[in-house]
Design a protein around this ligand. Sequence first.
Ligand SMILES: [Mn+2]
Length: 273
Amino acid sequence: MSNLNLLFPQWQGSGRTRDLYYGALKIEEVHLSDVKLEEIEICDNDSLVIENDILGYKEILEQLKEVTKLINDIKPDTIFTVGGGCDVELAPVSYLNKKYDGNLTVIWFDAHGDLNTPSSSPSKKFHGMPLRTLLGDGNQNIVRQCFSHINPEQLILIGTRDLDIPEKEYIKENNIITFPVELIQKDTILDSIEHMGFDNVYIHIDLDVLDPNIFPSVTCPTPNGINFEKLNDILIHIKNNYNIVGLSLLEYAPEKGDNIDNLKSIVNLGINL
Ligand SMILES: [Mn+2]
């Protein structure tokens, strides 16, 4: 089994700020200095424009081409991705979904749905659209650049608590399994994964799933999240029962004096896939 550790500090999806770029570099410095990584080079032009209802469309499409080429050359069995924003998920998730023939549950730890289309997005920031893109909707140049698309039946949203109205409608129409914070319970989550019937699991971690009182250094801090103990407990529980083929660690926007020691267990899970 070969694991790819991917450093993809794409910041363009979060707007005209490079915080997420520096966040990725800090995670690398603190936790990955002795780990073999592949890094995607990121455009540093900060005069982003909105094209096709997506801010930074050109850069995002270009970087997507880079990362799909890299993954296609390496052909890993598993991928650990350090972002960057949630929008870095397109290549890893669509690749693994293709590799495992759709035999994949995608678990999305995130305060948000990331389910907007370019036209429904209020902000036009692409980090609010990656999951919907992975489901095959949105800008078709970007969709076509992905390795495959996933189906709503493969998806579990955990910790979701800030959804736009079109996202709520999409979740309802497609019966997407959602665990709001108050319903998060590791055995119930395991039951859901079991019920879906897939053998492999992809885990998306947007750090804004955590409560801002515990971890405020994210692009979109959202009140009433979970704590590290709960997150790690669920991750261990999933690892003990399923084949985790991909994991991501996303949306870290560093602040002076931050201590990110408590990301260690997530990183360890990722590099040991
Ligand atoms: Mn997100």
